[in-house]
Design a protein around this ligand. Sequence first.
Ligand SMILES: [Zn+2]
Ligand SMILES: [Zn+2]
Length: 343
Amino acid sequence: MRLYNIVDSKVLKEALLSETFIRKTISFYRYFIIDNPQQFRDQVYQDWVDLNCFGRIYIAREGINAQMSVPEANYEAFLETLSKYPIFDKIPVKFAIEDNGKSFYKLTIKVRPKLVADGLDDDAFDVTNVGRHLSAEEFHHLVESGEHILVDMRNHYESEIGHFKGAICPETDTFRDEINLVTEMLADQKDRKVLLYCTGGIRCEKASAYLKHHGFADVNQLHGGILEYARQLKQLNLEPNFIGKNFVFDERLGESVNGQIISHCHQCGKLCDTHANCDNELCHLLFIQCPECAEKYEKCCSVECRDVKNASVSEKELFRIKNKRKFGNSRHYRKSFLLAKKE
Ligand SMILES: [Zn+2]
Ligand SMILES: [Zn+2]
């Protein structure tokens, strides 16, 4: 039995690039009580590793959230593995729209205390009392009417490169901050119709239950999130009300929904929607960088980081000790690097 991957990442990435067959990139999630998450994890790991599936999957007592790539030839067999477990009964599986099949290079399944690190006290409100699920088409027409409060439930770096027209996009780094801020911001508008959306729909499950608990009367959410919206609008041949790119957490870091670029390179300010992680391992900041700046700064977010990246091991150590600046995916850190959104 092989329950964990032990092969080096570089080897795996090269293996992925040399594959000659097609992979489908899919995602699915469900809130469902799992009595023994570790045991369930080991079972599905075995099922899926046998079918050469890759992906990033989280399992918690409250359910599963999966982003995967499945070899096309094994897709039917993959669906059969799903039919073995009640949690997957009639689960909607979403397909990525811009799919080169190279989104994952290994299978990672982690057991976590929660599906989304939301920092909310689940015992304080009924997490199953969620908002109304709207289909992509319903949501599309409601957004078009422009009469409702439309809220982007994702983090600032996600909405920066793409969002629905007219949406409120809170400047927050975490889901917890976001949900608290939204509840506060809309405190005097609890009677209005609220429309929520996120990447794949999972964050809205929690967010809608939370808002309802706080007295919001008419809470609605985009079922399947932007991923499903993009896919269905294409099928329906409708012009999306989502502008720019949908940020996704895999090697692609985003897929374009309507082909427009709405964000800017954080270093030179030109139109750009490509995220990069700073190549200085001490920094790793997530920011937007154009190809020219990537070359100029050697894939780093600043001259400083470029210098650290090129320093010797002992110099790096010195930097680590001396450095007072904190690093991470926060907009505060971005500002400390003089990287800012162009308003
Ligand atoms: Zn640039
Ligand atoms: Zn950096």
